[in-house]
Design a protein around this ligand. Structure first.
Ligand code: SAM
Ligand code: SF4
Length: 345
């Protein structure tokens, strides 16, 4: 479903007021999908049989992305995560990041990537202003990697991880989706990386996002169970206090480990009451909740000539109707039909 744009009200003074929704949540974090294209076919995201790309004219141009980000930063967004699809398959991404890095008010530019092309771009990304890198890696076993992603590229990803560590990125995180019978035996080796390297390893519950992914309630392992399994194998996990504005992961430390272990539990422990995030899809739709298919079209009014001040007002009104949370959406089982690769995770 696509909402009509909110009415423009030029009388509203908007500049420098924090961006808040009707539940008084301050919105400071934007996740923006720069493309729905990807060079992998992870079975939980983009199963081989089921996809067609969005027509390229529907994808936001870099100029449109920059305008949207600038308007959001003027309204209080402090952190932007570029995601996809695979953001690094979009040519010219580094140039976009250089421009975003000059936006007033923006404190963090983050990238979520599958890591396959990261080795090639790591230095440029650092110079351009990327501060945080999340790399998706579900296993340390090359054969399992190939069977999950459809590509024999484990070594490339691992080399990229070593490279970003060597370059000294301020924060490097690994994201692993845990799927029963597919990747749940891989959690131990991944967790050990946090002992050996200054990497936070975060385990994500497998989510029913996209119509055709092979999700069933049985395929998802709740985070508490993943944490218990790790604790039995590796010893006590000390809870780490999270600072305000920290992401949704519950964090733990293994004694003496430089990295943390994190658990992201969108299904078993929703974090809607503290949600500070907004999403813009690759085709320019503002998505206020991952699990709500209601979207607000930004691209059309932009292409119809909406000016910068109107854009800010438009976004401010649009975010005000962010739903309380997916538990309040009246769904028995959360899910959404749009593919994760166009939403950006
Ligand atoms: N291609 C990049 C990558 O893989 O990191 C960025 C886009 S990807 C859609 C963003 C994140 O969503 C990844 O960490 C991926 O593992 C996660 N993801 C995709 N499908 C998922 C699902 N069904 N359940 C949980 N996480 C999922
Ligand atoms: Fe591509 Fe990322 Fe989806 Fe895997 S999770 S198919 S790498 S977009």
């Amino acid at each position: 479903m696509t909402f009509l744009p909110p009415e423009h009200d030029k009388s509203t003074a908007v500049v420098n007021m924090p961006l808040t929704d009707s539940f008084s949540r301050k919105l400071t974090y934007l996740r923006l999908s720069v493309t729905d294209r990807c060079n992998l076919r992870c079975r939980y995201c983009m199963p081989q049989s089921s996809f067609s790309w969005m027509p390229s004219e529907n994808i936001l141009s870099f100029e449109e992305i920059h305008r949207i980000c600038r308007a959001f930063c003027k309204s209080g967004i402090r952190k932007i995560r570029l995601t996809g699809g695979e953001p690094l398959v979009r040519r010219g991404l580094v140039g976009l990041i250089q421009k975003l890095n000059r936006l007033e008010g923006l404190e963090e530019i983050c990238l979520t990537t599958n890591g396959t092309l990261l080795g090639e771009y790591a230095e440029e990304l650092m110079d351009a202003g990327v501060t945080h890198i999340n790399i998706s890696l579900d296993t340390m076993v090359p054969d399992t990697y190939a069977s999950i992603t459809g590509a024999d590229m484990f070594q490339k990803v691992w080399d990229s991880i070593l490279k970003v560590l060597e370059l000294g990125f301020p924060q490097v995180k690994l994201n692993a989706v845990v799927i029963k019978g597919v990747t749940d035996s891989d959690i131990y080796e991944l967790a050990r990386l946090a002992i050996e390297y200054p990497i936070d390893v975060r385990f994500i519950e497998f989510m029913p996002v996209g119509d055709s992914i092979p999700w069933s309630p049985d395929s998802m392992i709740p985070s508490d169970e993943i944490r218990n399994r790790l604790e039995r194998e590796m010893g006590h996990l000390e809870p780490v206090k999270r600072h305000a504005g920290a992401g949704p992961a519950s964090l733990y430390r293994l004694k003496g480990a430089p990295g943390l272990l994190g658990f992201i539990s969108p299904l078993s422990h929703h974090f809607c009451s503290t949600c500070n995030r907004l999403r813009v899809t690759a085709d320019g739709k503002l998505r206020l909740c991952l699990f709500s298919d209601s979207e607000i079209d930004i691209k059309t009014p932009l292409r119809q000539g909406m000016g910068d001040v109107e854009l800010e007002q438009f976004l401010r009104k649009a975010v005000a109707v962010k739903p309380e949370g997916y538990h309040a959406l009246g769904k028995e089982q959360v899910s959404c039909s749009k593919r994760m690769s166009s939403i950006g995770g």
